[in-house]
Design a protein around this ligand. Structure first.
Ligand SMILES: [Fe+2]
Length: 316
């Protein structure tokens, strides 16, 4: 199957509420689509990429340590290559994420300089606003605005994570370990992804559609949008939250396989309350005994499970 099943939508059409049948199909059947990005967002992405790649590649150990948050639940600052493991969070193995990460949120950020902060703050603000517009279109298309105040729901706790996936070593090639990051769905309402291609053309990002993982290649001038695990909870289970993963290249495509992926998770605030039976009916693996739980309980549990090895299937 090729990626042409993944539809492309225009930002203006979505913002104006032109909810075609194709948009509803994309949400309800796949939970993933492309949206055209404008030159402004692309320029801000490129500026943010330049400064963070300089940090990744030229920053000293001391600089990186100063930017590393000791509290793993608090996704802020620098996270070293292989310091995180989506496989462990999802109980899907022991392998690490073969990437390094820089993360920012609404507060408590760790910036290496004032110039860096300016570039990243502008980028974060623009991407957050864009994600709110897209999420409003998604939720309206699913009829979620009937019973809920969307402005309140979309006043969120966004998290922006820039991942650099270097060329994999031989022991992380697909013959040894098929993935750079384990299959998971996102802890978000929606997730926006701006990815840069591998120089050798290898496609790493894959999404599960109709039981198969299909390639989601970088498309010039477009962002990928995944619906996250909170989208079904806001749409009475109508919107799908697809699993996705990051594939490793085979040995003969190792050289030239580095890539980047800038990911904005539009997350609800910790007090967001949801129905536990609806979460179960939507296929989410939640372990609560009451009828309702909060996003804070859920996300906190996700990270506690890093230590207790239970079986949630969500990740960031
Ligand atoms: Fe993800």
């Amino acid at each position: 199957m090729n990626y042409s099943v993944i539809q492309m939508f225009e930002m203006e059409a979505l913002a104006q509420g032109q909810h075609s049948d194709a948009f509803c199909r994309a949400l309800f059947e796949h939970g993933v689509f492309y949206v055209r990005e404008d030159a402004h967002i692309k320029r801000m992405h490129d500026a943010a990429m330049d400064v963070v790649m300089d940090l990744f590649q030229n920053g000293t150990l001391e600089q990186k340590q100063a930017l590393t948050n000791p509290t793993p639940r608090m996704r802020r600052g620098f996270s070293a290559l292989e310091a995180e493991s989506t496989a462990k969070i999802t109980n899907g193995g022991q392998y690490t994420d073969y990437s390094m990460v820089y993360s920012v949120g609404l507060g408590d950020n760790l910036f290496p300089s004032a110039a860096f902060e300016q570039v990243w703050q502008d980028y974060f603000n623009a991407l957050y606003a864009r994600s709110q517009t897209i999420a409003a279109a998604v939720l309206r298309a699913a009829g979620a605005d009937a019973g809920q105040d969307l402005a309140q729901v979309l006043d969120c706790d966004p998290l922006l994570r820039f991942r650099y996936f270097p060329e994999v070593p031989a022991d992380r090639c697909a013959e040894q370990e098929p993935r750079r990051m384990a299959p998971h769905y996102d802890l978000s309402i929606i997730t926006l992804i701006q990815q840069t291609p591998c120089a050798n053309g290898f496609v790493s990002l894959q999404c599960e559609i109709d039981g198969q993982f299909v390639d989601i290649p970088p498309v010039p001038g477009a962002m990928v949008v995944f619906c996250g695990a909170v989208a079904p909870l806001l749409s009475n289970g109508r919107i799908r939250a697809p699993r996705h993963q990051v594939a490793s290249p085979p040995m003969d495509r190792r050289v030239g396989s580095s890539r980047t992926s800038s990911v904005l998770f539009l997350r609800p605030t910790p007090d967001f309350e949801f129905s536990v039976p609806l979460a179960r009916a939507s296929g989410l693996d939640v372990e609560f005994t009451g009828d309702t739980a909060t996003f804070g309980d859920w996300i906190g549990g996700n990270y506690r499970n890093l230590r207790t090895a239970a079986s949630p299937v969500t990740a960031e």
